[in-house]
Design a protein around this ligand. Sequence first.
Ligand code: HEC
Length: 168
Amino acid sequence: MSEADDRIFLKRFSLVLAGLAVFAIVIIFLAMAIHGTLDREESTAREAAREQRLMPVAGVYAGETGRAAAMAAREDAAGSTEVEAAFDGSLDGSLIYDRACASCHEVGAAGAPEMVASAWADRIDKGKEQLVSNAINGIGAMPPRGGRRDLTDEQIEASVSHMLGMVE
Ligand code: HEC
């Protein structure tokens, strides 16, 4: 290769480099121009969506719970008894008693019979079936299902059985 060839190559090569540099600058300005035309409002919406995603887990959970409560209330208003069974439909009488009945029956709140044999002797005489039915429909100061209308008949029966087991 001659020196003349080298010079020609260098000349063309620097032309290509200069062309690329100009191209890069054009691209940069083009990008800045496009960025300037971006819809600001859309970025606000995106910001809100991001905030929603970053909400604490408990916050999202409270929202779900609120939704479930609102739905239950709506079903109440419609006169429907179809509410999701409490405690995942558990028939563990001890669990149901602890969470739905103990608040009154453990301490005798509202005049509820405490879980001692003497308080239950007369009631046991009514027979378990009657006790279950009274617990379902409410009796005296005790609201139907102890105020937990999401408990099924079977769950009430399971918790009454558990209660009778405590005092018999
Ligand atoms: C708000 C307080 C309260 C809660 C909660 C509650 N009870 Fe009672 N319960 C009472 C009271 C008060 C009585 C006594 C009513 C009476 O004889 O006048 C009672 C009585 C009973 C009796 C006896 C009924 C009878 O015929 O003598 C049973 C059985 C019973 N409750 C079961 C339950 C079960 C099961 C739960 C939970 C699902 C529960 N209770 C939750 C207040 C409560």
